[in-house]
Design a protein around this ligand. Structure first.
Ligand code: GLA
Ligand code: GLA
Length: 678
């Protein structure tokens, strides 16, 4: 994997101090001029030193095809610069204006039913539309030309959340581009027919022109066609990203280009591991989804973002000061959460903390989405909390530029396995790839063991323990890599529905888990998923749901760690571990959930020689993350609980937090401390 090349602050305005960037999306076009002046005054008060500008400004910048209006943006850029605020300037192409869609309705996306998605929302454009691209790139050229030398310009914000609403387009443009993509992948129709298994159901293609996106069909469309359409759709947006980026790099080679990823909860369509090398630094947007693992999920996403960035600092482009407006119920943040959420991202490598958005909108679909300046105005807890965070981030200036310190353990994340495991026509439609990975992450947090969440393809040799949950799609190269990892002393853990298919989604024959069967030293003849109403127990009283299997031990050195205690498979192995020289390969054949996985991982980590670096009393209560620059290390301690926690016996100078009379650190409920070590 190659990694981002140009860091944030490569072109820091002369009147902006180095350190952690802090700010928000700023949408001055929604407000009269007098509010702008109030905005910059309050931004200074809150410690804001960067804003993202112009993200949804296309219609204001180009009100008609041959009319351009930059005066207002010039004024906003000037005002921000005069107040020591850098600008992450959007290319403004995210939401096409009404004149464009009226003139060219052929840029509008089409869903799988053949229905047009009309204007009225945003991002209503086909990723593969040549007409859209032509108009958008004219705007990019204009923006780059006009603001190339502006002293406030510090980075380019390419489009916005590519694929948020338009990842899957089934239009004729998409069909054409999909065929081109397939030709590049397979070269011949024979190869495509083989990969797609078209001998099944009379699907053999005799001409490329017969191939379509997986539009609404009578029953399950071909699974490999569906998978390839997912791969294609992610690649098509990446290709669009490159088109904008190439213009920006040509016109402003010294200005880094980024685009905001959405590594969070249910965002599944974009293979960001394959996108990261296209931009100069990684940015992410993250919104908390309420629930028992809400803050674990935040940490998981931040962690994965940091590793997709190759361990280098990245940019938190959006999160919320409080409630959002797009969940079924939009809960306000509790005291301490605004800072804790932000600092958890910083702990995982964010060198910028930004919100959507600066001033809460008065009108429009997001008027109930929180901002840094809420409807109540600056005399509000939200604004005071935001300003207090600005001060905290100033104290963290020494951390800026520090990279992630590799953890002793890792969880492997793989978009192809996510897409393939959750496909239709499977043994159960209840499989949730990301949830399984998150459960293992929660288990590491519960045990106080640092673990990196890394995209598949990351070198594993530095990790003593690697968990590959539901690694469903394992081609021969990946199988070989995992064998090599174990044979050279690594400790691998994998779970049910791993190693089942190759990269074409063809089942490995001879017994499951095909590609990993010999390495794990187990063999499964048949899957036995459970109904929602069913559960079984394992020895040690662990409760299991969703999936079971009759596991036969075949390996020479495979030990049974736990057996099914109830159900059809009572007395048969449920969790196994095969020793391979100094390494091992463990298999968990059922869904144990975060608590059950914690119990299993406790033993597996100990056997791998991986232990917590935290004092015994706070394991599970506190998340530890480390950033480093040379010999200088920064330890972030995040209180995962709603109770105060006291941490004794940790050295280091507090950058955030204070020590008590006996040197102990007291973390408030949801509190954070940062220590400079060595
Ligand atoms: C996304 C978008 C923003 C805004 C937020 C709301 O992240 O990029 O424009 O809509 O969601 O949460
Ligand atoms: C029907 C069809 C078969 C097969 C089975 C699967 O009976 O005729 O081709 O699809 O369903 O249950």
């Amino acid at each position: 994997m190659t990694h981002p090349a140009r860091p944030l602050w490569l072109r820091r305005p002369d009147n902006v101090a180095p350190g952690i960037a802090y700010g928000a999306d700023y949408n001055p076009e929604q407000w009269p001029r007098e509010v702008w002046r109030d905005d910059v005054r309050l931004m200074r008060e809150a410690g804001v030193n960067i804003v993202s500008l112009g993200i949804f400004s296309w219609a204001r910048l180009q009100p008609a095809e041959h009319t351009w209006r930059f005066d207002w943006l010039d004024e906003a850029m000037g005002l921000l610069y005069d107040n020591g605020i850098a600008v992450d300037l959007a290319t403004a192409t995210a939401s096409p204006p009404p004149w464009l869609t009226a003139k060219h309705p052929e840029i509008l996306p089409v869903n799988e039913r053949g229905e047009t998605l009309w204007p009225g929302g945003r991002q209503h454009w086909r990723p593969t539309s040549p007409v859209f691209r032509e108009h958008a790139l004219v705007l990019v050229e204009k923006m780059a030309g006009r603001y190339a030398d502006h002293p406030a310009l510090t980075a380019w914000h390419l489009s916005n959340e590519l694929g948020c609403h338009n990842i899957y387009d089934y239009s004729d443009d998409a069909a054409r581009a999909f065929r081109d993509w397939l030709r590049a992948r397979y070269a011949t129709l024979d190869a495509l027919n083989h990969a797609w298994g078209t001998a099944f159901w009379s699907q053999e293609y005799s001409d490329w022109a017969q191939i379509l996106p997986p539009r609404l069909a009578t029953t399950h469309p071909n699974p490999t066609q569906q998978l390839d359409f997912k791969r294609f759709s992610s690649d098509a947006l990446r290709d669009y990203l490159r088109a904008e980026r190439d213009i920006l790099h040509r016109r402003t080679p010294d200005v880094p280009v980024t685009t905001n990823f959405m590594i969070m909860g249910g965002t599944k369509g974009m293979d960001y591991a394959a996108w990261a090398a296209e931009i100069d630094f990684v940015s992410n947007d993250h919104y908390v989804e309420p629930g028992p693992q809400a803050s674990d999920e935040l940490s998981f996403s931040a962690n994965l973002t940091g590793n997709i960035a190759g361990g280098r600092p990245w940019f938190l482009m959006e999160h919320s000061t409080s409630a959002v407006n797009w969940q079924p119920v939009n809960v306000a943040k509790k005291p301490g959460e605004l800072a804790r959420d932000s600092l958890t991202h910083v702990a995982h490598g964010a060198d910028a903390v930004c919100f959507f958005q600066w001033r809460q909108s008065k009108a429009g679909a997001e008027k109930y989405h929180s901002g840094m300046v809420p409807h109540a105005g600056p005399d509000s807890d939200v604004f005071r909390s935001a300003a207090a965070l600005g001060a905290t981030l100033r104290d963290l200036a020494p951390v800026a530029g520090a990279t992630r310190e590799q953890a002793p353990a890792a969880i492997v994340f793989h978009w192809d396995s996510w897409w393939a495991a959750e496909a239709d026509s499977h043994p159960t439609d209840r499989l949730r790839y990301r949830q399984e990975a998150l459960d293992w992450y929660t288990a590491f947090l519960n045990l106080g063991i640092r673990a990196d969440v890394v995209p598949l393809g990351t070198a594993l040799d530095g990790y003593r323990l690697v968990v590959a949950p539901m690694l469903h799609m394992v081609g021969e190269p990946v199988a070989k890599e995992l064998r090599g990892y174990v044979e050279s002393g690594g400790h691998l853990v994998t779970t049910y529905f791993s190693g089942i298919v190759d990269e074409h989604d063809h089942v490995w024959l001879g017994g499951h888990p095909g590609a990993l069967r010999d390495l794990l030293g187990v063999r499964v003849e048949e899957f036995a998923p459970l109904l929602d109403t069913e559960s079984v127990t394992l020895d040690g009283d662990l409760s299991a749901t969703l999936w079971t299997e009759r596991v036969q031990v075949t390996g020479p050195d495979t030990a049974v760690l736990s057996r099914y205690a109830t159900g059809e498979h009572a007395g048969h192995p449920a969790v196994t571990r095969r020793t391979v020289g100094a390494g091992s390969a463990a298999y968990v054949s059922t869904r144990l959930g975060a608590q059950g996985v914690t119990a299993v991982l406790d033993g597996l980590a100990a056997a791998a020689g991986v232990t917590s670096e935290l004092p015994a009393g706070v394991r599970g209560g506190v998340e530890l993350t480390v950033r480093r620059r040379g010999a200088e290390r920064f330890a972030f301690l995040v209180n995962r609980t709603d109770q105060p926690v006291t941490v004794a016996d940790l050295p280091g100078e507090p950058l955030v937090g204070t020590r008590g009379p006996h040197g102990e650190l007291s973390l408030e409920a949801r509190g954070v401390a940062v220590l400079r070590l060595g």
